[in-house]
Write a protein that binds this ligand. Structure first.
Ligand SMILES: C[S@@+](CC[C@H](N)C(=O)[O-])C[C@H]1O[C@@H](n2cnc3c(N)ncnc32)[C@H](O)[C@@H]1O
Length: 345
């Protein structure tokens, strides 16, 4: 899917209490307009007023010349206010991502680390993958220059001191708009991150990773990837309900879990070659497993989640996901896969 929207993170990582982090995105037409605004030395003000005489008032203020150009291009200014998720979500991913024994070694193997390699742990959270890569490189007698990047400072603040002091940089940035130079990295890894951005934006991440990789560089993705559309719907709906009950609005609205068959296509559309699945395990989803970590120990929420899952998981897919209803806990398994691809030499 080719879409050329521009994304800019605005005011992230700010220390000014009155400014809120937000994301700005512009269509291709709007980018032309912004380019013209820049060249002409003009200014455009996008104003969103809440709590005024009209309940919500949105306007675009510009010089007559710019206003008529915006009209000709039929531009609109749209916005949405939603509660964020990762600014409050503090969970131990190792307990919910179905990471077992040597699974993280498979991820590290796929990076094909060479001595002194530049590696990016993208959508890194509190750095479990980085921590593993550092240990893996040391065990193999190699050094790596690791960069860590995540959109949410709250997650980066959870990085243990020993990891933070061993990496090159820790950067707050959106994966759709990376701040790194072209061709900087030998390898980029994303574990359980791709599904955090909407389907329409996922190709942007592939484009950005392609840009920041060196020729021959490796891109490794670990994701939960349902096998069929029915599995995808049932799993997504269950996650949405859990996230809604947990109070994470952006995570409910944005997420898209890519099916296994879609993944090679995303890599290829992004220009990658030698796309292969290097590992498959299972993501174990258990409703009871989320009680303390995400539902605040509230049993009424667990009951609501269980009732929803019973209603929304079609009988036809239950055998394929090993669906088990034990009253308090409903569990299912969805494939967890690692894919690796390369930027052409
Ligand atoms: C499920 S966690 C995975 C963290 C880590 N990769 C791991 O497996 O331990 C997803 C992470 O993606 C980050 N994230 C969400 N949207 C993002 C975006 N647009 N750009 C960069 N990071 C994002 C979240 O803040 C969160 O830390």
């Amino acid at each position: 899917m080719k879409q050329k929207r521009l994304h800019r993170s605005v005011n992230f990582d700010t220390d000014v209490d009155t400014l809120l982090p937000t994301l700005f995105s512009a269509s291709e037409q709007a980018q032309k307009f912004l380019e013209h605004v820049k060249k002409s030395g003009g200014k455009v003000k996008l104003v969103l007023e809440l709590g005024g005489e009209d309940d919500v008032c949105m306007t675009m203020e510009a010089s007559p010349e710019l206003a008529s150009m915006a009209r000709e291009l039929k531009l609109q200014f749209r916005t949405g206010l939603i509660a964020d998720g990762y600014n409050i979500r503090k969970v131990d991913f190792s307990k919910i991502h179905g990471v077992a024994g040597n699974d993280l070694n498979k991820l590290a193997d796929a990076l094909e680390l060479t001595d002194g390699a530049n590696v990016l742990d993208l959508m890194c959270g509190y750095g479990a993958v980085s921590s593993h890569i550092l240990g893996y490189a040391k065990d193999n007698g190699k050094s790596v220059r690791l960069s860590m990047c995540d959109l949410h400072k709250v997650q980066l603040d959870r990085i243990p001191d020993d990891v933070r002091s061993s990496v090159e940089d820790v950067t707050v940035s959106d994966a759709r708009n990376l701040p790194y130079l072209d061709g900087k990295f030998d390898a980029v890894v994303i574990k359980m991150g791709l599904h955090e951005v909407p389907q329409i934006d996922q190709p942007l991440i592939f484009q950005q990773v392609f840009r920041v990789l060196k020729p021959g560089g490796r891109f490794v993705i670990w994701e939960v990837m349902p096998d069929t559309g029915e599995q995808q719907d049932a799993f997504t709906e269950q996650m949405q309900k859990k996230n809604e009950l947990a109070g994470y609005e952006s995570i409910v609205v944005d997420r898209y879990f890519t099916r296994g068959e879609q993944m090679p296509w995303l890599f290829e559309e992004g220009g990658f070659v030698d796309v292969r699945q290097v590992f498959e395990a299972n993501f174990h989803q258990s409703t009871l497993g989320r009680l303390d970590s995400e539902l605040g120990g509230d049993r009424t929420k667990l009951d609501a989640l269980n009732a929803f899952v019973r209603r929304c998981t079609p009988q036809s897919i239950r055998p394929s996901v090993d669906y088990k209803d034990e009253g308090d806990s409903i569990s299912m398994k969805v494939p967890n896969r690692i894919f690796r691809a390369k930027k052409p030499e």
